[in-house]
Design a protein around this ligand. Structure first.
Ligand SMILES: NC(=O)c1ccc[n+]([C@@H]2O[C@H](COP(=O)([O-])OP(=O)(O)OC[C@H]3O[C@@H](n4cnc5c(N)ncnc54)[C@H](OP(=O)(O)O)[C@@H]3O)[C@@H](O)[C@H]2O)c1
Length: 306
């Protein structure tokens, strides 16, 4: 099933597909997909309406972007039919980065610039639709970081800038130095991880009018594999709602639960399986009523609301 719906992250900002394809786990399967298999997966995603692809320099131990880029080179579609998102600033202790003695963050001009250049080369493109700072960096010099991000936009290498895992206060610090609006904050949220409802993240997004992207919308898969009481309760609640709404698919209901929130959440789907992606895209057509939504929240929190 395809879906033509788009979502503008901010009023005059970039627009993405309503659901985004997350590339983090591209190389996690048993066999490493070759360029042809990646091209097929890109084609499947686009056919399903998932035209926006979420990357980071570090994914797959710094190897996902290049593997995706090899697939993109074989894919027969056009660059302007898709959106490429990437992130920078996490420095992994990795064989591929022997200079990193430990995991840390780097929002310096030198690192951001070099990281974006590498992402562009690896993906085989001359622009990113959206660049995110991956994690808040306690050593961020807001003036230096903002000037670097503004320069990247001015050069055309990056079309829009956002953040990820930022608190509202961290968001404002960076925003205060930028000549344009931050497009999004990509945060963790799911039926198993509901803190954004009450920690101010979603209030902030609505006050400023940006659509937050949401990572691990199925709890990284723990929704299906987890054996804790919470996971079992949420699965049962999702199954009940799936039955009552004639939906049939638990993952689709879990995504629909996110889409029901007025902050206009943009879930980033992590599955690499075409049939699972196809099932989740159906979430766009599911509208949960308040009592279905609250039944899932109640199951997640283990108690009715006060
Ligand atoms: N900004 C950040 O800090 C940050 C952090 C983490 C992730 N991300 C982004 O968010 C994206 C999504 O995160 P995520 O991968 O943790 O998302 P997720 O959708 O919560 O989890 C995906 C995992 O669930 C598994 N899964 C098991 N049963 C499933 C079912 N019935 N339906 C669908 N999936 C099922 C998938 O396996 P199969 O592949 O076998 O289906 C996959 O391993 C990432 O790709 C990345 O782009 C961002």
């Amino acid at each position: 099933m395809s879906h033509d719906g788009r979502i503008a992250l901010t009023k005059n900002g970039p627009s993405l597909s309503r659901l985004v394809f997350g590339a983090w786990r591209l190389l996690d399967g048993a066999g490493r997909p070759d360029a042809e298999a990646v091209a097929r997966l890109i084609g499947t995603a686009v056919d399903l309406g998932l035209t926006s692809f979420d990357h980071a320099d570090i994914y797959g131990n710094y190897e996902v972007e290049a593997a995706f880029g090899a697939g993109l080179a074989r894919w027969t579609g056009k660059r302007d039919e898709i959106e490429l998102i990437s992130k920078c600033d996490i420095m992994l202790a990795s064989d591929n980065r022997p200079q990193n003695r430990l995991k840390h963050y780097d929002t310096s001009a030198a690192h951001i610039t070099a990281s974006v250049d590498r992402s562009l080369a690896n993906l085989g493109t001359d622009y990113l639709d959206l660049l995110l700072l991956h994690r808040p960096d306690p050593l961020m010099d807001a003036d230096e970081t903002a000037a670097t991000l503004a320069g990247l936009v001015k050069s055309g290498k990056v079309r829009a800038v956002g953040v990820s895992n930022f608190t509202p206060s961290q968001f404002h610090l960076l925003a205060s130095r930028l000549p344009f609006t931050l497009a999004t904050n990509q945060i963790e949220m799911s039926v198993l991880k509901t803190s954004a409802l009450t920690d101010g993240s979603l209030d902030h997004a609505q006050r400023l009018g940006y659509a937050p992207m949401v990572w691990s919308p199925l709890g990284g898969g723990s929704l299906f594999t987890g054996q804790e009481g919470r996971e079992a309760r949420v699965r049962a609640a999702l199954a009940a709602v799936a039955a009552e709404t004639g939906t049939g698919d638990l993952a689709a209901v879990a995504i629909a639960w996110l889409l029901r929130h007025p902050a206009r959440l943009v879930p980033v789907l992590g599955s690499m399986k075409p049939e699972r992606l196809a099932a989740m895209v159906k979430a766009i057509e599911i509208v949960l009523d308040r009592q279905h939504w609250f039944a899932i929240l109640e199951a997640s929190e283990g108690r009715p609301v006060a």
